[in-house]
Design a protein. Structure first.
Length: 249
């Protein structure tokens, strides 16, 4: 495969089109998924969240200021805000994205009964740095992520990259480690991926990616003079016993 699997604009509103690509490849892309006016509103909300604390005081609760996720990019001043419900209500365009009916239908069908839909959501602001945002990995917790690029999905802006079709590979590795007693927080998520070459996401601002977090993925390198602004929602399957828990039982 030479490019990431994409939907045509006429396919964006049908959950079955998303599901077909997700089940086969673990990732699906919609270029320019969001209109320019909606994107303008989202960018305004994103900029507002990352204002200094005294300038963003109208945002309620812990979302009033951006915080550094130390485990996210150790030693690098990239910033992330986890959205509480109160904060999301103060950001109507952001909330509308997280409540989008098509995205909700895709997540519910892909993850199964009892799934949480965009229960966790983050705004992130990544600054220029010589190293990638993240190395090639799968996530410790299985999820379906909705990843909206507010800045160009381009190499200079640190666009992410994916290895389509690796979601089954990574899931088997994760479950084998858990079954062997490796704690979830200790999973070696960047190991075991030799020979896999990720494909870089490309598209204009407003490009949307839905991906299974077992699909190998990595963040790009943000070039000097650029920043990466992202809105992402995390949907999770209904909790079930982990392989290590089942073995212990």
């Amino acid at each position: 495969m030479k490019a990431l699997p994409r939907l045509a604009p006429r396919e964006y509103d049908d959950p079955d089109n998303w599901l077909m690509l997700l089940r086969q490849f673990g990732v699906a892309v919609a270029s320019a998924w969001m209109s320019s006016e909606e994107l303008h509103q989202l960018l305004a909300e994103h900029h507002r969240v990352f204002l200094p604390a005294d300038e963003s005081a109208s945002l309620p609760g812990p979302g009033r200021r951006a915080v550094t996720e130390v485990a996210y990019r150790p030693g690098i001043p990239s910033r992330a805000v986890r959205l509480t419900m109160a904060t999301a209500h103060a950001l109507p365009r952001t909330r509308a994205f997280l409540k989008d009916a098509v995205l909700a239908a895709v997540a519910a069908a892909y993850l199964g009964e009892g799934a949480s839909i965009n229960q966790f959501a983050y705004l992130t602001l990544d600054v220029a740095h010589a190293t990638p945002v993240t190395a090639l990995h799968y996530d410790r917790k299985h999820a379906l992520k909705a990843y909206l690029c507010l800045t160009p999905a381009h190499e200079d802006w640190g666009a992410p990259a994916f290895v389509p079709g690796t979601h089954h590979h990574s899931r088997s590795i994760r479950e084998a480690h858990l079954g062997a007693g490796v704690p979830e927080e200790g999973l070696p998520i960047t190991q075991g991926h030799w020979g896999y070459v990720p494909l870089r996401l490309q598209g204009p601002p407003g490009t949307l990616v839905l991906f299974d977090t077992d699909c190998l993925h990595q963040g790009g390198t943000v070039a000097a003079g650029h920043t990466r602004r992202i809105l992402r929602g995390h949907s999770h399957p209904c909790p079930s016993p982990r392989p290590d828990e089942e073995a212990a039982g």
